[in-house]
Write a protein that binds this ligand. Sequence first.
Ligand code: PGA
Length: 262
Amino acid sequence: MKKSIIIANWKMQLSFQETKTLAKEILNRLKKVEKKEKKLIDFDLVLCPPFMSLPEVSKIFGPKKDILLCGAQDCFWEEKGGFTGEVSPKRLKELGCTHVIIGHSERRRILKETDEMVHKKVKAALKAGLIPIICVGETRDQRDKGLKEQTIINQVSKALDGISLKANQKIIIAYEPVWVIGSGWAIEPAEAGYMCKIIYQRVIDLYTLPLVRNNVRLIYGGSVDSTTIKSFVGQEIIDGVLVGGASLKSKEFIKMCELILK
Ligand code: PGA
């Protein structure tokens, strides 16, 4: 069984100070949970704050760096050059990032990120030694037209097109139905499991079985909270969750971590 993973996507929701406070609160509460449960955290926890808070959050995690990881919410596909406003994956790595979210539906929808751009970013992230968290998901309209499976297969195929995963490279694919994100209503865990199986099938066509088993994690995202996390992670194929709204409340977020620890 793969180690579970909880990824917190803080989007652009917090001030610089609020981000610092929340990261510290999470760290302190986690230490208490470990004491209470008499068990060390045995899953990965990745916090993805806004870019400018990454050095600070990475510093806060200091001694717990093996479990508390830092991720960025996006990166550019080039390492260096005249790309005003963009962020190099190499520099993210230098800042202490281990993960980077790529192709989140908000970027695809609002910033018009295409599958081609997602593909280039995945490639660049891997090259920089980061673990890309590749977000895929169907819109409500695609779902209503019976196109959810096809949409997901296309997005996964295009993101990974021609990328030969090396033994030391890992990827995470997050199935996030677009219409569920931020809605307060998660989909049925069994349906998320079904969609992850489709993703697994596609990935198995691209890479060898041992590589998929060891280097690819499939997770679910979309309105997950403490009432639903267990049932998502309880699906055999789902290795973790990507959490937006519920990760902004330290008490609720720690409750979710506690449930995974038990
Ligand atoms: P949500 O966000 O948990 O608030 O639905 C998830 C995401 O945007 O990744």
